[in-house]
Write a protein that binds this ligand. Structure first.
Ligand code: S3P
Length: 447
């Protein structure tokens, strides 16, 4: 059964305390990039720890449709026969990116440099999301990309264009825009230079270097020249800190909890969630620190601790951008007031995460005020429980499951099927460490 045909409801009934060890699935951002660079490299790339979530599988299916031979994925292992930067072929049909903004935006840049035309489509959420943020600077580089009215998908990326490098100041701290332009820059004449208004995730830069492509990084800028080549290299994908975040919050807010999260990616452009939780009083320690394939990793030990509200520093927002749904839950558990500002990007994620989280938390009895660029949460009153809607947003669904840990009654969460985009094993793993979580599938006729 696919998402188009089925719906998933979670019933989360809290839990006593969270205990044990868990290795959450591979990092989504790194997995997408590992597939892309492996497909474009010369030679065979072997990936381990790959996230087998629907978003990454959509990226992999796109490269298979463009002629890249791949074996797997099987338990996180994938073998890719790299086609080289100029070895992709025209796909027979439109490429369906499903729910994945990363896949669509990064591919947009990469496809702008190909000899053939491609159409990119996606689900209802993805076709509402803004794409001009990539198509406009790509047009400055010489690309031709047709969009639907309003600058949204479907996108038709015309091939056979001569691209040239540009010097571009990102209007938002977005790794997706940065990466799309760097991918186009591989095919451009001259240098592509991108500056970011604040640090955002740098997996593309790190992985380009890992695949032997010269990249220059200076304070707040990244530069590369077209015409180089990528050389296959093994990639080991760490566990996704964005998935670990649900358990960091779950254990922090549940008395008696003591949990170890293994081999979590600790790239400093991703660990804002840990810093924010620590500022709120969380007890998180990193042990067994290591570096795998250019990415830092550590085991994280998290124990229950009383949280208190804070003003979230603007500098931390891009470094925790995907973790705000669950951070709002932490804020509802914390005593006092938490204020998040400068986070308007949350409104254009898989859902409008400010509106959807404010609506759901209020339905569960929290005292929250949505603002144009964030939220004010007056926490520490506990939650009642009740029925909420995840609006097809994976991180919203998992965040409400965590919220059940401080609710008097069960939390019933509708529209959770997209949890499979980033964390297909969430429910089973959550149960394994002590969360009471039941899943119920419905066909549309039954709902
Ligand atoms: C991602 C970048 C972020 C993030 C998304 C993954 C990436 O988006 O929200 O989940 O892999 O580059 P933006 O770059 O739009 O902030």
């Amino acid at each position: 059964m696919t998402h188009a045909q089925s719906r998933l409801t979670f019933t989360a009934s809290g839990g006593e305390r969270l205990r044990g060890r868990l290795r959450v699935p591979g990092d989504k951002s790194i997995s997408h990039r590992a597939v892309m660079f492996g497909a474009l490299a010369e030679g065979e790339t072997v990936i381990d720890g790959l996230l087998e979530g629907e978003d990454v599988l959509a990226t992999l299916a796109a490269f298979r449709a463009m002629g890249v031979a791949a074996e797997g994925p099987d338990s996180g292992a994938l073998r890719l026969a790299g086609a080289g930067l100029h070895g992709l072929g025209a796909p027979a049909a439109a490429l369906d990116m499903g729910n994945s903004g990363t896949a669509m935006r990064l591919l947009c840049g990469l496809l702008a440099g190909q000899a053939f035309d491609t159409t990119l489509t996606g689900d209802a959420s993805l076709t509402r999301r803004p794409m001009r943020r990539v198509t406009a600077p790509l047009a400055e580089m010489g690309a031709l990309i047709e969009t639907a009215e309003g600058g949204t998908a479907p996108l038709t990326v015309r091939g056979g264009r001569r691209l040239h490098g540009i010097d571009y100041a990102l209007p938002v701290a977005s790794a997706q825009i940065k990466s799309a332009l760097l991918l186009a820059g591989l095919y451009a004449e001259g240098e592509t230079r991108i500056s970011e208004p604040a640090p955002c995730r740098d997996h593309t830069e790190r992985m380009l270097a890992g695949f032997g492509y010269p990249v220059r990084r200076e304070a707040g800028t990244v530069t590369l020249a077209g015409g180089g080549r990528l050389t296959a290299t093994p990639v080991s994908v760490p566990a996704d800190v964005s998935s670990a975040a649900f358990f960091l919050v779950a254990a922090s807010i549940t008395p008696g909890s003591d949990l170890i999260l293994e081999h979590v990616g600790m790239n400093p452009t991703r660990t804002g969630v840990i810093e924010i939780l620590r500022l709120m009083g969380a007890d998180i320690t990193a042990v067994r620190e290591d570096v795998v394939g250019g990415e830092p990793v550590a085991d994280l030990r998290v124990r229950h601790a009383p949280l208190h509200g804070i003003d979230v520093l603007a500098r931390l927002v891009p470094l925790a951008i995907d973790e705000f749904p669950v951070l709002f839950v932490a804020a509802a558990a914390a005593s006092g007031e938490t204020r998040v500002t400068g986070a308007e990007e949350l409104r254009v994620k898989e859902s409008d995460r400010i509106a959807v989280m404010a609506e759901g938390l209020a339905a569960l009895g929290a005292d929250v005020t949505a603002t144009p660029d964030g939220m004010i949460v007056r926490g520490g009153r506990g939650l009642t429980g009740g029925r909420v809607h995840a609006h097809g947003d994976h991180r919203v669904a998992m965040s409400f499951a965590v919220a059940s840990l401080m609710a008097r009654d069960a939390v019933v969460i509708d529209d959770c099927a997209n949890v499979a985009t980033s964390y297909p094993t969430f429910a089973a793993e959550a149960r394994a460490v002590g969360l009471m979580l039941a899943e119920q599938w419905h066909t549309p006729e039954a709902t």
